[in-house]
Design a protein around this ligand. Structure first.
Ligand code: SF4
Length: 323
């Protein structure tokens, strides 16, 4: 069996807050195969962006492990981690906040290559910068432009070019199209998919938008309050969602077909459980119409339903699917 490019084992990230400990990421196990895209979805505050940052060690995990090409990166020192980051990059939601507004387009794209001394001469760096601009669809005449002179789509292309500049294998895409107009979203998604084909890239694609994640992902992980509650190949998740939270998320997708406009929209009622010092048991229980006593006491384990489908729910139909 091949080793996945990326794997997390019981990954945790807790933050100290006034009332105790906020469990932003709480025991997440995911694997991503080389050249594939794992979509990570969930409401805002579910811990998906924190998960991406903990995987890259932009914030230090509180527990668990991250394996890249089968080797743990948790114990790596600063120097080794700097080398590792060449292989693991991130594209942010708001490219404007992640780039220096005083630098030109070419300077921003070249920055990582200069800092990491990737090429021996400046000329080689500028040549590679020009190639990267071409790869992401930025006209060469924009090399001297400043970020504020460009629209959101072009600014995101700068972020993508910069992420590609060190030749990564794995990229965390953290809501990369959420701040863009719908027409530009499609262009950026198509660009990311083309780059994946061209360079064999592996993505973790974080979003709250299920339509976007369906378009780009081979597999989807659904997160709720710091935990992965369901994971499945994309078609399987959309055709046969098992967790009540996933079912409610899918039922809430707006329907463009006018004949479906009377479709019943399922509203998730109830209070969101606090992620600060959470009690053991299913964190969705306060909002779940199927909750029983069996749902409290211990966190439901992620059960293997077969075919790469996993679900963390004690509900009977999950058990039935296993038999
Ligand atoms: Fe609902 Fe219980 Fe399943 Fe949680 S474990 S989603 S409360 S049925």
């Amino acid at each position: 069996m091949s080793v996945p490019l990326l794997e997390t084992r019981d990954l945790k990230k807790y933050f100290k807050v006034a009332d105790g400990e906020l469990h932003a990421v709480d025991g997440v196990n995911i694997t991503i195969e080389q050249g594939k895209t794992l979509g990570v979805v969930g409401e805002s505050g579910c811990g998906k962006s924190t998960l991406g940052r903990a995987i890259l060690r932009l914030i230090e995990p509180s527990g668990g492990d991250v394996l890249f090409e089968g080797k743990s990166i948790i114990g790596l020192g600063k120097k080794e981690m700097r080398e590792m980051r060449k292989k693991m990059q991130i594209i942010f939601q708001d490219p404007y906040s992640s780039i220096n507004p005083r630098m030109s387009v070419a300077e921003i794209i070249a920055e990582y290559m200069i800092v990491n001394k990737v090429y021996p001469t400046k000329q080689e760096i500028w040549n590679q910068t020009a190639r990267l601009m071409d790869t992401v669809g930025l006209a060469s005449r924009l090399a001297g432009a400043y970020p504020h002179e460009l629209d959101g789509g072009r600014r995101q292309r700068i972020g993508i070019a910069r992420a590609l500049s060190l030749g990564p294998k794995f990229i965390v895409c953290d809501e990369p199209v959420s701040a863009l107009d719908v027409s530009i979203q499609a262009q950026i998604l198509n660009l990311l998919m083309d780059l994946q084909d061209e360079f064999g890239l592996t993505y973790m694609f974080i979003t709250h938008d299920l339509s976007v994640v369906r378009h780009i992902s081979s597999e989807i992980a659904v997160m709720y309050l710091g935990q992965c509650v369901e994971r499945a190949p994309t078609d399987q998740l959309f055709e046969n969602p098992q967790h009540p939270y996933t079912q409610a998320l899918l039922a809430a997708i707006p329907e463009p077909d006018v004949e479906m406009r009377n479709k019943e929209i399922k509203v998730i009622r109830g209070e969101v459980t606090s992620p600060v010092n959470p009690k053991p048991g299913c964190r969705f229980a306060a909002r779940c119409e199927y909750a029983t006593e069996a749902c409290s006491g211990a966190d439901p384990a992620l059960r293997d339903l077969g075919g790469g489908h996993f679900c963390a729910c004690t509900l009977e139909h999950v058990k039935a699917a296993q038999s």
